[in-house]
Design a protein around this ligand. Structure first.
Ligand SMILES: O=C(O)CCC(=O)C(=O)O
Ligand SMILES: [Fe+2]
Length: 396
């Protein structure tokens, strides 16, 4: 039996705090797929288990070439982490968000310091710092990298402390098995002489603002869903290098297609969904596509369920300059170097991430609040801004 049948339905974000723990824990991944007839995105899938084969990484780069420039989303398989281990992480997400609100608030993120690590939920947002709307139904627990730069296990709730070894092992294997391989593949796509170019800028033990995330979207009533214009989160691009989303059985994620329409992203067993984000796009002279995506209310047969996520948000190390990679024959052939935008001032990733995070808290949330019905009649909103001399955009 799936955990679903025993999960009390939370009909509005307000009732979230009273949701009881599930009585029959079962793998989240066993939730049946939607039977709704949805328009799915067509995404390539890279089998990372072929990476070490002779010519393996080159073949993967070839396979990815079109998607990195034109789509920005793809799947990976063969990453050497079992479904049971992934299920355990989803279980921890359930257990964390089932904790009493007072307990979760002890670990609230410090938004005033532009920090997103720790617990984020409606009660954490502050008018004037993080603009948000009460219809928002998202809770997040972000864990920074497991290195000496960040507080150790004892800074987390007991639940996390008790499972610390498993969580750390999971996070570190994601880095070596998935992130480092993808970073090599990106360098090969750009035909760089140094295949390790991006790996050297994402060293695990060097300080960086990456985070691993447990995420929960609480089910809402049809009425609230309608007021929120059918969205859980509005269109956006991610800030870092790449984002990983472990197999998510409840549909919701949508990617904006080249034809200007959103397509649903399917949960394919044994995959991680990967999307390219803004900072990697900047390092490639915006040749790599940082795709606009959003989370819609799930289809009718799944929308009564709370939607959990296990994600990784990867960023280059803080000391890396935000500058376009030099010497890429591909970028030269594509004319990217001839039309490069000027960044107003030299900036490192640490500063860029902080300034951008502040901006997202202030402006990005304001615009998503607009989409959630705060500004009446706001059908589609687009905000262009310059942050630290670099052009950014937000959408609904
Ligand atoms: O929950 C998802 O499917 C995607 C979440 C997302 O886009 C984000 O948190 O940036
Ligand atoms: Fe995102």
């Amino acid at each position: 039996m799936s955990p679903v049948a025993t999960t009390p339905r939370s009909t509005s974000p307000v009732s979230r705090a009273s949701v009881k723990p599930r009585t029959v824990p079962g793998p989240y991944s066993s939730i049946p797929e939607t039977t709704a007839d949805l328009e799915w995105a067509e995404l390539v899938s890279l089998d990372l288990s072929t990476f070490e084969n002779p010519g393996g990484k080159e073949a993967l780069a070839q396979q990815l070439k079109y998607a990195v420039h034109n789509v920005g989303f793809f799947y990976v398989t063969g990453f050497g982490i079992s479904q049971e281990e992934v299920d355990r992480q989803f279980e921890l997400s359930h257990e964390f968000f089932d904790l009493p609100l007072e307990e979760k608030l002890k670990y609230a993120a410090d938004h005033k310091a532009a920090s997103y690590n720790g617990y984020n939920g409606p009660q954490v947002y502050e008018p004037g710092v993080t603009e948000h709307h009460p219809r928002h139904n998202i809770e997040v627990y972000n864990l920074p990298k497991f290195t000496a730069d960040f507080p150790s296990a004892s800074s987390h709730p007991e639940l996390i402390q008790k499972n610390w070894e498993d969580i750390v092992s999971f996070g570190k294997r994601v880095h070596t098995n998935v992130i480092e391989r993808l970073l090599v593949i990106f360098a090969i796509v750009l035909e760089l002489e140094d295949e390790q170019y991006f790996v050297k800028r994402h060293v695990y033990d060097v300080k960086g603002e990456d985070h691993m995330r447990y995420m929960k979207y609480s089910a809402r009533s049809d009425e609230v869903n309608e007021e929120a214009q059918g969205l859980y989160s509005t269109g956006h691009t991610d800030l870092g290098s790449i984002t990983l989303l472990f197999k998510q059985p409840i549909a919701g994620l949508q990617v904006l297609n080249k034809d200007g329409r959103y397509r649903w992203v399917k949960a394919v067993p044994g995959t991680i969904t990967v999307n390219i984000a803004d900072t990697l796009s900047l390092l490639s002279g915006r040749y790599f596509k940082s795709s606009i995506h959003r989370v819609a209310v799930p289809p009718p047969d799944q929308r009564h369920l709370d939607r959990h996520g296990v994600l990784f948000f990867i960023r280059p190390n803080n000391n890396v300059p935000v500058e376009v990679v030099k010497g890429s024959p591909l970028l030269a052939r594509e004319g990217v170097y001839e039309t490069l935008e000027e960044f107003a001032e030299p900036i490192d990733v640490g500063t860029w991430v902080r300034k951008r995070q502040e901006h997202i808290f202030k402006e990005g949330y304001k615009i998503s609040s607009a989409a959630a019905g705060v500004r009446e009649g706001a059908e589609r909103t687009e905000l262009e801004a310059v942050v630290a001399g670099i052009k950014v955009k937000y959408w609904n």
